[in-house]
Write a protein of this length. Structure first.
Length: 507
């Protein structure tokens, strides 16, 4: 059985099975969980395991699998050996065209002894005998001679292997409550993010798929936002080193992620060129692959460094500290909903204030800062989302996502231009690179220049939409400071000191 690291198939009620048929050949099958037959199947002639959806030659199976797993790799989850044994002495007359088998399934662990699972009865028939077969099964069920099985065989195998994925938590960060004191709540959020970070580390080192690094970086960015935006939750000196370490992790993982994205979407780059120049872009892919390999090797060295080992040892120790009864940080005792909500309201006003001031002449650096403010706002919204009814949070989050899409498209076009400028210079120094290749890269640079200008022109309207009166009213109602008693206080209302826009921030 195959699935992604984050069990995308299992969570969507799908099962991917590689059925070996001997001599290195096999059949790759995609099942709906509990179904009687595979939805799709294709011959798999390689002795290696299939890894990505794009590795499949069969277009039907590939088109079914791609939206389910996207860019994630398929990984072995468990292995079964199954034997179908005939039943010569079944107590009831079996109609012609219907076949009965005892199914003996054995879970094969990577190490240790195989384990026999509970036997099952399989009732099989061919398509022309469908009505007859269903009638026979219904008769056996009505008379109590057989009982339906609710657990899929692969679910039973996963349970035997101890690999059933946990139920997805209802909120982004379980264990939070709006009245929880901010320092305690922040540590819980940061601890969950540290778990996410370390969970993805081995997949990065092993270069399993690009999503391990993506999730690692998301955990780093969210951690930096929590430390930087929940102001006054901790004394600044106590977190200064950890802030620097998290910033370092963001820096060392950036180049690999950028190159991953380029390689994943290289065909999209080719599609932006005239058909006669698309193959001339292949030397660029060779350059990207070489740079990606070097960047990954450098990242692996950094993840094995003494600095990273120290961070992994000291950061969880700091997170596990008990909350002080009399903290010196001004917002430590304030309820998380109040501190985060007030900061969300400040960030919203900062972004909305840009409406009417951003136009075609606005420097790219300012738009980039605006985009970072939106990211901070988004991550804080994720923290407080469980504190509010879903229908009340839906519109603010949707409005912010729409603005982020516009800002992100502009930023992506600028970043791609800068990368293409550097790659063009490298390729031009290579005497073996043809003129059509340089022409193709130059055309891409011009294409992204046009794209950036078009995306810039969309930003003012997106900002006005985000800053309109109805949206402002929603954010104000949800997040403008409302006093609440924090857990751990004497029950008195705690008001944190007001903060100004000019305060320094941790990115």
């Amino acid at each position: 059985m195959l699935d992604t690291f984050d069990r995308r198939l299992f969570r969507r009620g799908q099962v991917c099975v590689l059925q070996r048929t001997g001599k290195g050949r096999g059949e790759l099958q995609l099942w709906a969980a509990g179904a009687a037959r595979a939805r799709r199947s294709a011959i798999w002639a390689s002795t290696a395991m299939p890894r990505f959806a794009w590795d499949l030659d069969d277009t039907d199976l590939r088109s079914e699998l791609t939206p389910l797993i996207d860019v994630r790799a398929l990984l072995p989850q468990c292995r079964l050996r199954r034997a179908f044994l005939t039943i010569p002495d079944f107590p009831e007359a079996v109609p012609d065209g219907v076949r009965l088998f005892r199914v003996r399934s054995t879970w094969i662990p990577e190490t240790g002894r195989p384990r026999l699972l509970a036997e099952r009865l399989a009732v099989c028939w061919d398509a022309p005998d469908d009505k007859l077969g269903r009638h026979f099964v219904n008769e056996l069920l009505e008379r109590g001679l057989i009982a339906p099985i609710t657990e899929d065989i692969w679910q039973a195998a996963l349970a035997a292997a101890g690999r059933l994925p946990p139920a997805e938590a209802s909120g982004s960060y379980p264990g939070l409550a709006p009245e929880l004191r901010t320092d305690v709540a922040a540590r819980r959020v940061l601890a969950a993010l540290f778990d996410l970070l370390t969970t993805n580390e081995s997949g990065i080192v092993g270069a399993v798929d690009s999503e391990f690094l993506h999730d690692f970086r998301v955990a780093v960015r969210r951690s930096r936002v929590v430390l930087g935006q929940l102001k006054g939750a901790f004394p600044e000196r106590s977190v200064a080193r950890h802030v620097r370490d998290l910033a370092w992790l963001g820096e060392i993982t950036g180049p690999v992620r950028d190159l991953d994205v380029y390689l994943l979407h290289f065909e999209d780059l080719q599609q932006q060129l005239p058909s006669e120049l698309r193959e001339d872009l292949v030397p660029l892919r060779t350059l990207l692959a070489r740079e990606a390999a070097a960047a990954h090797a450098a990242l692996v060295r950094s993840l094995g460094s003494s600095r990273y080992r120290r961070f992994k040892a000291e950061w969880p120790q700091w997170l596990a500290r008990g909350a002080p009864r009399r903290p010196t940080a001004p917002n430590a005792l304030a309820p998380i909903a109040s501190v985060a909500g007030r900061r969300i309201w400040t960030l919203y006003r900062r972004v909305a204030k840009a409406a009417g001031t951003v136009d075609e002449t606005t420097p790219s650096e300012r738009i980039h800062e605006l985009r970072k403010s939106c990211k901070k706002l988004r991550y804080l919204l994720e923290v407080v989302q469980p504190f509010h009814a879903k229908d009340r949070m839906r519109r603010p989050i949707k409005a912010l996502k729409l603005l982020q899409d516009h800002l992100g498209a502009f930023q992506d076009a600028e970043v791609q231009r800068e990368y293409l400028r550097g790659w063009f210079a490298q390729l031009r120094q290579d005497g073996e690179i043809s003129s059509p290749t340089l022409l193709a890269v130059g055309m891409l640079f011009g294409r992204f220049e046009q794209l950036q200008a078009a995306r810039r022109a969309e930003i003012p309207e997106a900002l006005r939409h985000f800053a309109r009166k109805e949206e402002r009213a929603r954010f104000k109602t949800l997040f403008k400071e409302q006093p609440t008693a924090a857990v751990g206080t004497t029950g008195r209302t705690h008001r944190a000191p007001a903060r100004t826009e000019k305060e320094g921030e941790t990115e």
